[in-house]
Design a protein around this ligand. Structure first.
Ligand code: URA
Length: 204
């Protein structure tokens, strides 16, 4: 039985899908992950955030956005009086992509093959939660959920009527903001806060 045919609450249905995803071997990341980082938050929430992929801390804990990027994201959510219990948060890819090419393990962006392999889990998650609003964190999620070739510098903060939700927009990934400094950091952080505020407006 596929997830969308299941009965029960959204939480119960998500749990069933997460249990299946936990043994996924659809791409090579299965061989190096500690665990699948399925998603977190409130399955009844009208607002879903979709990031890129788990990093080291997420791989270790099984929760999305618990490292430095997550701390920044939580602060920006808090500025909008939003906590994790008000949203559902997940990633485009649910196992940690990393490279050991230059010695220590370093996060790397997911490949197109990894994104394609993980897409059914994302689609099933969206299908169960049926969010009114999706906010993509970073261009990779926007490429999948809004349109191919999404240009963050030009299209950030614009609302699209999506195939996956009534309102879909994309904003800066918090990990990108953390790489900026000074005024550029503060400007991008303020834009992330404003984009979350706009998403909040759509659901109230
Ligand atoms: N970056 C992401 O895109 N997702 C996480 O879960 C953590 C960092």
């Amino acid at each position: 039985m596929s997830s969308d045919e299941g009965s029960g609450t959204k939480a119960e249905r998500l749990q069933l899908v997460a249990a299946r995803a936990a043994t996924c071997t659809a791409c090579d990341l299965a061989a190096t992950r500690t665990q699948v980082v399925f998603g977190d938050g409130n399955p009844e929430a009208p607002l879903m955030l979709v990031g890129e992929a788990p990093g080291m801390h997420e791989d270790a804990t099984g929760k999305p956005f618990v490292g430095r990027a997550g701390v920044l994201l939580d602060a920006c959510l808090r500025e909008n009086s939003i906590s994790r219990k008000h949203i559902y948060i997940t990633n485009l890819v649910r196992c940690r992509p990393f490279t050991t090419e230059s010695g220590a393990a370093r996060n790397r962006p997911p490949t197109q093959e990894e994104i394609n392999a993980c897409r059914p889990w994302l689609e099933q998650t969206i299908d169960i939660i049926q969010p009114l609003v999706i906010l993509c964190l970073g261009a990779p999620a926007a490429n999948v959920l809004i349109h191919k070739g999404f240009k963050m510098s030009q299209e950030r903060g614009q609302w699209f009527e999506g195939r996956y939700a009534r309102y879909v927009a994309a904003t800066w990934h918090p990990a990108y903001i953390l790489r900026l400094q000074g005024d550029a950091y503060e400007a991008a952080r303020r834009e992330l806060v404003a984009d979350i505020a706009a998403a909040r407006q759509k659901v109230i």
